[in-house]
Structure formats: structure tokens, C-alpha cells
Design a protein around this ligand. Structure first.
Ligand code: SAM
Length: 295
């Protein structure tokens, strides 16, 4: 039976040849040709027959097929029109798959989840993401506050490490804070290039993001908090004070910045990469009070 899976080099090649399909690099098309890797991902994602699955970019259906076998139902978004007729053919044996022809960045996933899945059903997003838009896709999905329990995604190894990084590491930055504000992030496996057709130019990892019930820190204003975090990392080698002076140059003088840091009990000579999320939250709330409310 396993030789019949779409996710084998032989079957993938047959499908591509039969349809005269040529990969579009611009759409990040690197298809998986190893069913064991897919099953491992699906198991780690927490997929079972009680759960619903959302996929982004089904390609020719390698992961979609495995999701259909293990989940109650699958909905997948595919942007490339040429793949629709291929998917119709390759996924014929399954009656629990819905393909939506849409750019994921334009999709109302929340609405889809409400209309396509059972009320209260745990929903997991599982995808081998197109690498050229990994960050915009994940940030949109996290900001949209979707009724999705977890996101298990194959992405570029370096981006996965940045999203999961903690303080005092070279990968830790504003992306780590943005992702970890909404989720618990964990790199669950590294994946060799040879399981893709064609092999990508970069190394890949699977990242699992589990949505938090509520953020781990309380901030007065989320936009203000994320802006400050980004500003503190703007020039990684500079001190917090220097980065903050730049950020607030229109609204605060240098003394106000020093006073704010003192009030937040954070040494002004520290660099952003040494601050925990709690410290960033305290810093942002302190400056919010000083700059926005004058207290
Ligand atoms: N899931 C398949 C697999 O693992 O073999 C294919 C993964 S491939 C890395 C990425 C897929 O995402 C391609 O099918 C591509 O056409 C699709 N894609 C690219 N940009 C997209 C977008 N903005 N919205 C939806 N799908 C997109």
C-alpha cells in the first residue's frame, strides 16, 4: 500500500510527467517525497480522527493525502490554478478533503473554520509552507486569533530557530517575541533536503506552535509593545538606550529615555538580546505611561 502514496519519488514523478507540470520557484514549490516524514509530522501535530486539519499549499497532495487518512476532515488552500485538476485526480480516493483555490494571505480562515468544521472540534494547521512568505503567513494567522489549537509547519531552518529562540542567543529577536507572545514555539525536527522534489537551496525544520490561552505578559498597548521590541533590536550591537533614543527622537529627549530605563529598572547599557519577554513588557508599559499619558 505504501508504494501507492503520492509522497514517493516514483509516484510524484509520474504525476508531474503525466500533467506536464513544471515547478514555479516563485511559489516556493518543493514537494515532499517521503511519507514517513509526513507521518511523523502528523503525529507530532496531534492529528487524529477527532480533529480537523487545515493545510496551506497542498501541491500535488502529498501531505493532504496523509492528513485525510489520519484526520476527520481536511481543508487546504492552494494558490496555483494548475494544481487544482491534478489534486482532483490524485485525491479522488478521499471524500473528506476540501480544496480552496485562494491566496492564503487573502483568506478568511476563521470564517472557513466555523463553516467547515464541527463546533468545538480541535483544529490543527499542518503545512509545508512556501518559504518565500513563511513569516507573513504565520504572522497573519497568529494575529487573526484563529480557532486553531496548533500550527505545525515545515519552514526554513533558520527562520524556525529565530521563531523559537530565547534570550542571549544569536537567533533571538523581534520575531521570537512576536511568535512567542501568541504561542509556545518548539523546533521538533530537522528535515534533510533529499525528501523534497526539487531539493530546496536552504535547510528545513519543522516548527510546532501551540496557541496560548492568553499572552504570557500583560501589556497596556500591543502595538506600542511590538514597536518597542522592534526598535530595541533595530541595531543589535547598540545599547537599549541608543536604540530607544532613535525610536523616540520625535517624542522624548535623551534624559527622558535614561529616566524611563531607570524607572523600568533596566540597565541602559544592556542590549536587546539579553531581555526576557517580561522585561520587554515592563519596559514598554513604563514608556507607554511616560510618552503616551505623561505619567
Ligand atoms: N504540501 C505540498 C508538499 O508538501 O509536497 C507542497 C508544499 S510547497 C513547499 C508550497 C505550496 O504552497 C505549493 O503548492 C504552492 O503552489 C503553494 N502556495 C504558494 N504560495 C501560496 C499562497 N500565497 N497561498 C496558498 N498556497 C500557496
Amino acid at each position: 500500500m505504501t508504494t501507492k502514496w503520492i509522497a514517493t519519488p516514483k509516484r510524484t514523478k509520474e504525476i508531474l510527467d503525466a500533467h506536464g507540470f513544471s515547478f514555479k520557484k516563485s511559489l516556493g514549490q518543493n514537494f515532499i517525497i517521503d511519507a514517513n516524514i509526513l507521518n511523523n509530522i502528523i503525529q507530532k501535530a496531534g492529528i487524529d480522527k477527532q480533529t480537523g486539519a487545515v493545510e496551506i499549499g497542498p501541491g500535488i497532495g502529498a501531505l493532504t493525502e496523509q492528513l485525510a487518512v489520519h484526520a476527520d476532515k481536511v481543508t487546504a488552500y492552494e494558490i496555483d490554478q494548475r494544481l487544482l485538476s491534478i489534486l482532483k485526480e490524485t485525491l479522488t480516493p478521499y471524500d473528506n478533503i476540501q480544496i480552496i483555490h485562494q491566496d492564503i494571505l487573502e483568506a478568511d480562515v476563521s470564517d472557513m473554520v466555523k463553516s467547515c468544521f464541527k463546533p468545538g472540534q480541535p483544529i490543527h494547521l499542518v503545512a509545508n509552507l512556501p518559504y518565500y512568505i513563511t513569516t507573513p503567513i504565520l504572522m497573519k494567522l497568529l494575529h487573526d486569533d484563529l480557532p486553531v489549537t496548533s500550527f505545525t509547519v515545515m519552514i526554513q531552518k533558520e527562520v524556525a530557530e529565530r521563531m523559537a529562540a530565547g534570550p542571549n542567543s544569536k537567533r533571538y529577536g523581534s520575531l521570537s517575541i512576536a511568535v512567542q507572545y501568541y504561542t509556545r514555539a518548539e523546533v521538533i525536527m530537522n528535515v534533510p533536503k533529499r525528501v523534497f522534489m526539487p531539493p530546496p537551496n536552504v535547510d528545513s525544520s519543522v516548527l510546532k506552535l501551540t496557541r496560548r490561552e492568553s499572552p504570557p505578559v500583560q501589556v497596556i498597548d500591543e502595538d506600542f509593545f511590538f514597536d518597542i521590541v522592534q526598535a530595541c533590536f533595530a541595531q543589535r550591537r547598540k545599547t537599549l538606550r541608543n536604540n530607544l533614543i532613535r525610536h523616540f527622537k520625535a517624542s522624548a529627549d535623551n534624559q527622558t529615555i535614561s529616566d524611563g530605563l531607570k524607572q523600568a529598572r533596566i540597565d541602559e547599557k544592556r542590549r536587546a538580546e539579553s531581555l526576557t519577554m517580561e522585561e520587554f513588557a515592563f519596559l514598554a508599559n513604563t514608556f507607554y505611561r511616560i510618552i503616551e499619558t505623561g505619567t
